[in-house]
Design a protein around this ligand. Structure first.
Ligand code: ZN
Length: 393
């Protein structure tokens, strides 16, 4: 039905209170508007009066609208005046980043502890942790730096692990055959004693896939030394405090493409990663290898340690290929990758180096600097603000 014929303004207007007209103007449906006006007119009829009183002029209603407009303008002006008086501080960057966009939200595994007896724990995903070698170390405590503003610092000290660094022990390896059970066990036990004495890692996975907790998760282990990593939000420096150390009893060769670990170690590591990610809400982007994070501040090269430089089985462990991430030490602080690092790392790790170099060049160009000058600035920033002595592992 056409509604044009129902428009009330085409009809003689009853003399109504201004607020009635204003309110009628806010009713979109013309039929509803007309009904409202009619009922309002009926209500406005003087007691004992006869019929509606129409006015030839709408002067009164115009006056009302003018008064109403003045009131609205005054209200809006007051609102802005009050807002201008109250100083609204912008949210600091770190707080804004804390409101993670949905794209960054990652589904975490759900794993719970089923049983804890004297020396071991069992979890719902099949993980079993042996606690016979568990020791304490100093409590974990660290600060982080916003990835897009290294001059600021998160004002809160943190104690929850933000990620995992994977290692290999590079220790003696007996042949992995049933005839060598005794020597395999002996080698594993002496390795555990060494690792325990030096508080080397939080967890060690032996060649049979047994998971040993060495340093409690609440404490820092001496596993990462001088190191740098970054996710989308934060830069982490010297990761003993901020990342858990998980090591495989294994040896690696430079540039190797196949992981030299047993299938049992891979299965156990996958379960351990699930449990740790669930317990500490660790993102997959923060599950990285020692070769990706290790730095040498004395010559500003990356890769002082190169364990898991080329063959970490990310995919088999339910993780994305993090070798493809740009190397944060290079991008945030201008560390450099030498030829040896690329040789040991092979193609997968070199991809992360190339990506970081490319971004570094772009950032230098944005600032109107040569790559060399920009790198020098970043290195200076590292030495002035971030280079803290750490006990080497
Ligand atoms: Zn290592």
């Amino acid at each position: 039905m056409s509604t044009s014929g129902m428009e009330p303004q085409q009809r003689p207007k009853p003399s109504l209170r201004p607020w009635v007209e204003w309110r009628a103007g806010r009713i979109d449906d013309p039929v509803g508007r007309l009904r409202y006006l009619q009922s309002a007119a009926a209500r406005s009829e003087p007691t004992g009066g006869r019929g509606l009183k129409f006015e030839s002029s709408n002067r009164t209603s115009r006056l009302g609208i003018r008064l109403l407009s003045t009131l609205l303008v005054f209200t809006a002006a007051s609102f802005f005046a009050v807002r201008a008086m109250v100083r609204v501080e912008p949210l600091p960057n770190y707080a804004r980043r804390a409101q993670s966009p949905a794209s960054r939200v990652e589904k975490l595994p759900y794993v719970w502890q089923v049983e804890a007896v004297k020396d071991s724990e069992t979890y719902s995903n099949g993980l079993r942790i042996d606690n016979r070698y568990t020791v304490a170390n100093h409590r974990r405590s660290y600060r982080v730096f916003p990835a897009d503003g290294l001059q600021q610092t998160d004002p809160f000290s943190r104690s929850k692990p933000a990620g995992i660094v994977f290692h290999t022990t590079e220790s003696e390896q007996a042949p992995f055959e049933s005839g060598h059970n005794r020597v395999l066990r002996q080698v594993g036990e002496s390795l555990l004693e060494y690792v325990q004495r030096h508080r080397c890692y939080n967890f060690l996975i032996d060649r049979f896939g047994r998971v040993f907790r060495v340093v409690n998760e609440s404490d820092a282990a001496e596993h990462a030394g001088y190191s740098v990593w970054s996710d989308e939000q934060w830069v982490y420096v010297n990761l003993n405090e901020s990342f858990l150390g998980v090591s495989f009893e294994a040896r690696t060769e430079p540039g190797q493409e196949e992981a030299s670990v047993s299938p049992a170690q891979v299965r156990a590591a996958a379960m351990l990663i699930e449990m740790l990610r669930c317990r500490f809400a660790i993102s997959t982007a923060n599950c990285v290898t020692h070769a990706q994070v290790s730095v040498n501040p004395s010559n500003m090269r990356i890769g002082y340690h190169t364990d898991w430089a080329s063959s970490f089985p990310f995919e088999a462990l339910g993780l994305p290929n993090n070798y493809a991430q740009p190397i944060p030490a290079l991008l945030a602080f201008g560390f450099e990758a030498d030829r040896e690092y690329r040789r040991v790392g092979g193609l997968r790790l070199s991809a992360g180096v190339d990506l970081a170099e490319e971004r570094l060049r772009e950032r230098a160009a944005e600032r109107g600097l040569s790559t060399r000058a920009y790198r020098r600035q970043l290195q200076q920033l590292y030495h002035e603000r971030f280079h803290q002595p750490v006990a080497d592992e």
